[in-house]
Design a protein around this ligand. Structure first.
Ligand code: PMP
Length: 447
């Protein structure tokens, strides 16, 4: 049953939005609460709705529109490929696919060299899981509680956040380990590695891979200490397990480097990518492996594929996007803007008692709220993520939305991840709207 609030919201929908709500599922939502906004345009870091409201995109939509909303080079490459030939089977190829494969070998860390293309982050993770299993001959995958790896059956099973609970029972052999960081937790980040070491030992050489986001994204922008990821790789290898780094959100300039793994100078055995790979212009996932893993499949079947694996229009977008990052020097730009953003957020946080912590790296920042000044007490629980109704963090985002800005959030954290093309002036504009919106959480604090 719709509440009065929802009825008011529904009454404000235009024809397109009402039709959409009736015929299209809203994702990760109680359908009665869905309230789609019709979007009619985008330019740079802004996008405009059907009522003429123009908003600054401070979260690059779902942390994916890294090139903003007017990357014409990518749009042109897609149109050109669509006209040349929109689709050919994966056993055929195009110059764009070959070149994007080569470019990924160039920009990914170390000797990562051969790529399987799919259409999303979740599929990139599914491929990584399957490759790790086929290569090692083992079946278990260890991941961490504060993580998101996708919505399909394998990737939701290795996901740690509460959304996994609704998909259980999970894929057999999926093990969850403690995280390097938790807001208010007493477990030291490096101590969590001792648990992982012990857990791998106790699993007795049955774990194919340890799968982590090098910098945790949707679960709150958690950056481990510098020595964490290199040590995790050693521990995994000591137990005969591979290291898979899920770079779906952390990659393509987000962390002020090409990839989150670069922040820690680590080359994983398998890397997954999507989102920024095409600047979100086309759905494309990628799973890139080392030469040793690639060589295994010379005489063992690579038993995987999709109709749209390496879809010509999607790889055209990917190639043009990667060339844009390179030719427009967007990685150094992201690093520079990231430092500026970090400083500005610290300044704003100092004025708001409801900010418990600001953390992150590059253009990947989290503002976590507290309901008790000077402490780290979340406004809600993790399970609120799958409950009905709005949380305080939703209300902060809602305030920003009304004032001209899109600001994503998850559980108790505002997720700041603008397009990497953002300028200093645009950061200033966004931070001013955030400053105003944080009054909502200040007012909601316990006395
Ligand atoms: N891995 C990570 C780290 C992600 O952030 C996401 C999406 N938020 C996924 C995987 C799944 O990607 P997709 O939504 O494209 O399936």
């Amino acid at each position: 049953m719709a509440t009065e609030d929802q009825e008011t919201v529904d009454a404000g929908l235009n024809d397109v939005e009402r039709t959409d709500k009736e015929y299209v599922f809203g994702t990760w939502a109680y359908q009665s609460e869905v309230s789609p906004t019709e979007i009619v345009g985008g330019d740079g870091v802004y996008f405009t709705d059907a009522r003429g409201n123009r908003r600054l995109d401070f979260s690059a939509q779902l942390m994916c529109s890294n090139l903003g909303h007017s990357a014409d080079r990518v749009a042109d490459a897609m149109a050109e490929q669509a006209r040349t030939g929109a689709y050919f089977a994966p056993s055929l190829t195009t110059e764009n696919r070959a070149e994007l494969g080569r470019l990924l070998a160039e920009v990914t860390p170390g000797d990562l060299s051969k790529t399987f293309f799919s259409t999303s982050g979740t599929e990139a993770v599914e491929a990584a899981i399957k490759i790790a299993r086929l290569y090692t001959g083992k079946h278990k995958i260890m991941s961490r509680y504060r993580s998101y790896h996708g919505a399909t059956y394998g990737s939701i099973s290795v996901t740690g956040d509460p959304r996994r609970l609704m998909a259980e029972p999970a894929l057999p052999g999926t093990i969850k380990a403690p995280d390097p960081y938790a807001y208010g937790s007493t477990l030291e980040p490096m101590e969590s590695l001792e648990y992982i070491d012990e857990m791998l030992m106790l699993e007795g050489d049955t774990v194919a891979a340890v799968l982590v986001e090098p910098v945790v994204g949707s679960n709150g922008i958690l950056v481990p200490p510098t020595e964490y990821l290199p040590r995790l790789k050693e521990i995994a290898h000591d137990h005969g397990a591979l290291l898979i780094c899920d770079e779906v959100m952390a990659g393509f300039g987000r962390c002020g480097e090409w990839f989150g793994s670069d922040v820690f100078d680590v080359t994983p055995d398998i890397m997954t990518m999507a989102k920024g790979l095409t600047g979100a212009y086309a759905p494309l996932g990628a799973t890139t492996v080392t030469p040793e893993i690639a060589a295994h499949f010379e005489d063992n079947m690579f038993c995987h594929g999709h109709t749209y694996a390496g879809h010509p229009v999607a790889v055209a977008a990917g190639r043009a996007a990667v060339e844009t990052y390179i030719d427009d020097d967007l990685i150094p730009h992201a690093r520079e803007m990231g430092e500026y953003l970090g400083d500005e957020l610290e300044k704003v946080a100092a004025d708001h008692p409801s900010v418990g912590e600001v953390r992150g790296v590059g253009l990947f920042r989290g503002v976590e709220l507290t309901k008790k000044e000077g402490e780290r007490v979340p406004f809600g629980e993790r399970k609120d993520k799958i409950s009905k109704g709005k949380t305080v963090v939703d209300e902060v985002s809602g305030h920003a939305w009304k004032n001209g800005m899109h600001l994503a959030n998850m559980i108790n954290t505002l997720i700041i991840a603008p397009p990497v093309v953002i300028s200093e002036d645009e950061v200033d504009e966004a931070v001013a709207i955030l400053d105003e919106a944080l009054r909502v959480s200040d007012d909601a604090m316990e006395n």
